[in-house]
Write a protein that binds this ligand. Structure first.
Ligand SMILES: O=C(O)CNC(=O)[C@H](CS)NC(=O)CCC(=O)C(=O)O
Length: 283
């Protein structure tokens, strides 16, 4: 049975620091015998200083170029969240699939942007600096099964996951930099398990963890997970540095088997026939 590796890191404003963390995870995933490594949203950088401009094209990004070489060296596909230039001063929040030859073969641009103002919680306006995507691409084939890519806040919207499942996806991915406040409220676990159960798919959610800057202006919840199509959490990493010291700079991985037959079995056992004669069809 093929294995998926989910990787957890703490990105800062240093692309080289972040690349080193990711490259150490490529090595670990390869040693673990994984068929692909899934890395978080915004693995290239998390920047809380508006005067610092870090967004680069994939050709000019030492982060992306470094990962392309690692994928090729270890013959290991990598799914990773990055930033790419958009029009004006904005960037795109994208997710790329790097194949085992070190080529980018698939891309997804985040559809839903995180514009929130939570009392006593985070206040973030992603749309100020990020251009939203405008299409849901087709799920794509991999050694693990067909993948439908999503990013972080997208997990609050069931429709794209359901559309992917209808189009034959076995795995929905939600690489994230989930806020500690919404994570602690239980949203992370609840939403990811719900997406797995309702789509009857594996959910792979690689997460950022810990403080992204010296001042602690941004920090992320961690708890990278793989959920199976029955809703069971089959792999999970720790939260912000816990009693075992997890959530450290070094980065870590967890692995789980991906069984496409199991997806088909659950879909046969509990057929989710929609009443589109009563409410609108999704696609
Ligand atoms: O800023 C970057 O560079 C990377 N992007 C992010 O961290 C994004 C936008 S601020 N975070 C989320 O979508 C968190 C969603 C979330 O936490 C929830 O839905 O509760």
């Amino acid at each position: 049975m093929p294995l998926a590796a989910v990787g957890q890191i703490r990105s800062t404003a240093s692309l080289t620091h972040n690349l080193h963390q990711c490259q150490s995870l490529v090595k670990k995933a390869s040693e673990a015998g994984a068929s692909a490594l899934f890395l978080p949203e915004a693995s290239d950088y998390i920047n809380t200083n508006p005067s610092l401009k870090l967004c680069k094209s994939v050709e000019d990004s030492e982060f992306v170029q470094g990962l392309l070489s690692s994928a090729k060296q270890y013959k290991l596909p990598i799914h990773v969240g990055i930033h790419e230039p958009a029009s004006g001063d904005k960037s795109k929040n994208t997710l790329i699939w790097i194949n085992e030859e070190g080529h980018i073969t698939n891309r997804y641009q985040k559809l839903h942007l995180f514009d929130v103002d939570i009392k006593d919680g985070p206040s973030l306006r992603e749309s100020k600096s990020v251009e939203r995507g405008s299409e849901l691409p087709q799920p794509f084939d991999t050694a693990l099964g067909k993948i439908g890519p999503q990013i972080c806040f997208d997990m609050r919207f069931p429709e794209p996951g359901l559309a992917y499942a209808q189009r034959g996806a076995h795995i929905i991915t939600y690489p994230s930099a989930f806020t500690t406040a919404t994570g602690k409220a239980g949203h992370w676990h609840m939403l990811l398990r719900a997406r797995a159960i309702e789509t009857q798919s594996y959910v792979i959610a690689a997460a950022q963890v810990g403080k992204h800057d010296e001042e602690g202006k941004r920090h992320s919840y961690g708890h990278s997970m793989i959920v199976d199509p029955w809703g069971k959490v089959v792999a999970e990493l720790g939260g912000e540095v816990d009693e075992k010291g997890r959530g450290s700079d070094e980065g870590e991985i967890a692995v789980a088997e991906i069984d496409v037959e199991y997806v088909e079995k659950i879909r046969r056992e509990i057929p989710l026939a929609r009443r589109t004669d009563v409410y609108a069809a999704l696609d």
